[in-house]
Design a protein around this ligand. Sequence first.
Ligand code: KG4
Ligand code: ZN
Length: 343
Amino acid sequence: MRAGPKILAIESSCDETACAVVEGLQVRASVVASQVAIHAAYGGVVPELASRHHLTAAVPVLRAALVQAGLPLHELDALAVTEGPGLVGALLVGVQMAQGLALATGLPLHGIHHMEGHLLSPFLGDHATAARDFVPHLALSVSGGHSELVLVEGLARYQVLGSTRDDAAGEAFDKVAKLLGLGYPGGPVIDRLAREGDPQAIAFPRAMLDRQRFEFSFSGLKTAVAVHLQQHGQPSSRAALADLCASFQAAVVDVLVMKARLARRKFGCVAMTIVGGVSANHGLREAMAAAARQDGFELWTPELRYCGDNAAMIAAAAALRVQAGLAPGVRVFASGAIDEVRR
Ligand code: KG4
Ligand code: ZN
């Protein structure tokens, strides 16, 4: 097993309460308590409910992670916690618990940018897989709150090449699922249905914007789906629903892959990652794998369990930061670009 600092991390930025222990990039424990079932009834995350449920889940999740890791607190080298971006009330629960642990143990506490965690998720390994070396690359970072292409030049050296002008990719999945009455979150259910459907059944628009720039726009696509439903009504069969999902997903994937390929060529990256909740999407993974074979670049994707929010990725970011000699410290912020991370 690759040696590295032993880190315990807490993640509570949105609707997952998570705790993990890593040793370098090797995951020793990763526990995630999802609140999806609670928020599904409201069609999206209710911030106040998220905070309250983090409060009840935090200690049991921490205990479970420590048991899974089989590591006493005094053998850890540092603590980490997601400090933002996210829901402030939700973040505060994790940060308060981490500060309490830091006070009790005397361990340094590293505040981690949530998207830095996602960026590092393809480099995690666990008992079944080997961790990858962290090297410069291009990242397509696609989640419920973010859609951006990031040049990862090194640890804490991130250059945002372009992001979305309106909705994030995951947000588009969630909003279209809502239009179709498929519940929250929309990504996994659309992904499942899309596998049964014909991606060419409906010609939804691809907002490529300026081909020399790396910005995305997904709100027009969402409107196109809404207009289609107004004109044709809700799909009358499972096959028609699957065709609509496949056509919508193909429109999202085409734009993401096209822009990622353009950026990779322009910046001459030999490797690319896809990270964030939407990186679990089968259509996106398959299309990007095909592009990698065609264009000749390496593609690294996170294990499915590390695509969505988890604390292993937060712990990994702290492990690399400790190894690089970066100073600890924590703050809390609702929004903040990845290229503004602490160095
Ligand atoms: O990274 P994440 O768990 O939380 C944020 O940091 O936002 O991402 C959640 C987003 C949601 O919008 C969800 O619908 C989307 O990721 N998602 C997917 C899939 N699984 C989750 N989108 C497309 N296909 C999926 N399989
Ligand atoms: Zn996330």
